[in-house]
Ligand binder design. Sequence first.
Ligand code: FES
Length: 184
Amino acid sequence: MSDTALEAGASASGSRHTVDPGRPEHPSGDDRFALVDTHLRRVHDAQDQLIETLHVAQDVFGFLSDDVLLYVARALRLPPSMVYGVATFYHLFTFEPPGEHTCTVCTGTACFVKGADDIVADVATAHGVHVGDTSADGRLTLRTARCLGSCGLAPVVVLDGVVHGHQSPSGALALLDGELGGVR
Ligand code: FES
């Protein structure tokens, strides 16, 4: 995507971006930008924190819209085309809104050795969804993640933002049944 396309995306969203030194409230009124700002302040707007910042933005917004990518680009004083290029290079980032429910299975080392891949496979099969995608009925988005920082709970599944440790394929499916009402 070109810088112009990103600018157009931001304009179409109706948001204006103000990334001044004081970072007042985002003009869109969306408080989630303040959470990204907190991270940006913590890393002193360092350009080498781009990937980490994109992770934070995705955690906060659920996906990386053109609007958010442009915000990050301006905050880090980087060309939007570069930010978009980096974001699309890594499969961990997603650019579409998530489904009604989001299931993220950690596939970091600790979770992997304890069977995370089996959890991913069973959830994908049971709900007819590929990793990184949303089911056809829009009810479930399945994601994987690098280490979520809770290795002592491996394998870890995060369902709608709630961390569930020591999971198994059957346990994860039961969690999903409870959350989605058993509808598959
Ligand atoms: S590897 Fe999964 S939480 Fe650390």
